[in-house]
Design a protein around this ligand. Structure first.
Ligand SMILES: [Zn+2]
Length: 166
């Protein structure tokens, strides 16, 4: 890897470490020319399927949309970032188990609901309340942008007694 300081082509790896249960590798490198040190991260890039929208349009899978959906559902809940990362990666694995070519957006939403249900009841209810209406993760995120979270607190309270049925 090229040195970010002097652009010398040769850098030496001093140390490699597995992060995130082996899905990421961190390497400390040293430039042979200027002796400066820097860090690189290697992550696995999965090739995700195309997403089929409800109207039949295809669009590329965008990890960030799912991530925003999870973030929004978990807002102000005592859920560690690492746990949200983990369910995101589990959702992606589950998507790939269904298909690496094409997947219905509704199937992705169902997976998000399933994982949120195990994570946190309020996050699950927030997501499910809107998702059931729109059947689309993007629209869930948009809806939350427009409405205040107040509304979802009300929904969460109203539905509290129903959680057992899920
Ligand atoms: Zn250098």
């Amino acid at each position: 890897m090229k040195c970010p300081y002097c652009s010398a082509p040769d850098t030496k790896v001093l140390d490699s470490r597995n992060l995130e249960e082996g899905s990421q590798i961190r390497r400390r490198r040293k430039c042979e020319a200027c002796q400066k040190r820097f860090t690189t991260f290697e992550t696995i890039e999965l090739s995700m399927p195309q997403v089929i929208k409800r109207d039949g349009r295809r669009e590329p899978y965008i990890k960030d949309k799912i991530k925003r959906g999870i973030e929004k559902a978990c807002e102000k809940r005592p859920i560690p970032a690492a746990q949200k990362e983990r369910i995101l990666s589990n959702i992606e694995k589950a998507i790939l188990d269904i298909s690496d070519k094409e997947i219905q957006s509704i199937e992705i939403g169902n997976l998000v609901m399933m994982y949120l249900r195990h994570l946190d009841p309020v996050a699950y209810i927030r997501f499910a309340a809107v998702y059931r209406k729109f059947q689309d993760v993007d629209e869930f995120v948009n809806e939350l942008k427009h409405d205040e979270t107040k509304q979802f607190k009300i929904n969460a309270t109203q539905n509290k007694d129903d959680t057992s049925e899920y």
